[in-house]
Write a protein that binds this ligand. Structure first.
Ligand SMILES: *Cc1c(COP(=O)(O)O)cnc(C)c1O
Length: 366
């Protein structure tokens, strides 16, 4: 069966092979050694031998895929990335000040939420959210407990292609990154990161799982009011089992990790993501009918917002796309226009089908 191509920003498309495997194992999950568990993953105790194996394999595969050093802890949490906008300051700010670089809607939300728990200071921003101000010009206060960035702005399509080196900028405070929408699409330089967080539903798996990767020395500073289930030190001590973790979402994430490993790991994902993004941006740039407004140096490889020159054609464009099996291309309501999210699970053939449609639709209008 040829499934339509789904360009949703999230929850987003998943590899058909992964969905099929989950379907095969839905009623009776098999142990790696061939024993039958006699139950589906949703029905297992999180303390069972079977789920313990699923959790440990997922943690090990993620650590390997992203080359996460030993002095970082991987936490599987709940609440989504928006909950982390509160959980991070509850854990790291000590009620003092933290800095925020605002490059789009998501970092803007992070700044606003953190203000409930600490002095949230705007360090740098860019009008219209179409670029990233040069880090050399950021006004970072060395007393800030951490500096927050959104390393890929899902709505505005702005991506940090290199993470800022705060030590080199003379301000060695922990860098916090919201990597929800590009985690596992490219390698990460952990020497520049204190904490990374993201919801799973963009580039990993189903909604309900939140990934946190935190440097060990940042544990143990939570404010007294921090809920225990959101206290990184408590979650880490309990190996993400202080309370019931999102077991099925962890299982699905684990299947995705294995799928990425089988396809050559994160470096192979990155090469494919570069090819997909270049194909789409190149077509948009050579056309007078479509437009992307983001500074080419910081365009996202994952989320490509674009506009039709004649916006009165938007509804016809979306209807024609749907008829060709190209789904969920409507832009975020705050930006308008169109957006194609082309995460790991979107094959090059899907982007090629989109480019073919863009060309044909443009020709019809002439
Ligand atoms: C989707 C998204 C969020 C919000 O995630 P929720 O799981 O809905 O809380 C936050 N940040 C970024 C970068 C996102 O893409």
């Amino acid at each position: 069966m040829q499934r339509p191509y789904n360009f949703s920003a999230g929850p987003a498309t998943m590899p058909a092979a992964v969905l099929q495997r989950a379907a095969d194992e839905m009623l009776d999950w098999p142990f790696p050694d061939g024993r039958r568990s006699g139950m589906g993953v949703m029905e297992m105790s999180h303390r069972s031998e079977a789920f313990g194996l699923i959790l440990e394999q997922a943690l090990a595969d993620l650590r390997e895929l992203l080359a996460i050093p030993e002095h970082f802890r991987i936490l599987f949490m709940q609440g989504g990335a928006l909950a982390e906008n509160a959980i991070v300051p509850l854990n790291l700010s000590r009620g003092e000040a933290a800095g925020f670089v605002v490059t789009g809607s998501w970092s803007q939300k992070s700044l606003a939420e953190a203000g409930k728990y600490c002095q949230a200071q705007l360090v740098a921003t860019c009008d219209g959210y179409t670029g990233i101000p040069d880090p050399a010009g950021w006004h970072i206060d060395g007393r800030n407990r951490y500096l927050h960035i959104c390393s890929n702005e899902t709505i505005h399509g702005v991506e940090f292609h290199t993470l800022p080196d705060l030590a080199a900028l003379g301000c060695d405070i922990p860098l916090v990154i919201d990597f929800s929408s590009h985690v596992l699409s490219r390698p990460i330089d952990w020497s520049r990161v204190g904490l990374a967080f993201g919801g799973a539903q963009k580039n990993i798996g189903p909604a309900g799982l939140t990934l946190v990767v935190v440097r060990e020395d940042l544990l143990g500073q939570a404010l007294p009011a921090c809920p225990s289930a959101f206290n990184y030190e408590i979650v880490a001590k309990n190996n993400s089992m202080y309370n019931t973790p999102p077991t099925y979402a962890i299982y699905m994430a684990g299947l995705i990790f294995q799928w990425i490993k089988a396809r050559g790991g994160v470096a192979a994902m990155e090469a494919q993501n570069i090819a997909k993004a270049e194909l789409l941006y190149h077509f948009i740039d050579q056309s007078a009918f479509y437009r992307n407004d983001v500074d080419p140096a910081v365009r996202s490889r994952m989320n490509v917002p674009f506009f039709l020159a004649d916006e009165s054609r938007n509804a016809a464009f979306l209807e024609g796309a749907r008829e060709r099996g190209l789904l969920q291309l409507k832009g975020h309501k705050s930006v308008g226009g169109m957006r194609a999210s082309i995460y790991n699970a979107m094959p090059l053939a899907g982007v090629q089908a989109l480019v073919d449609y863009l060309r044909d639709f443009e020709a019809e209008q002439a």
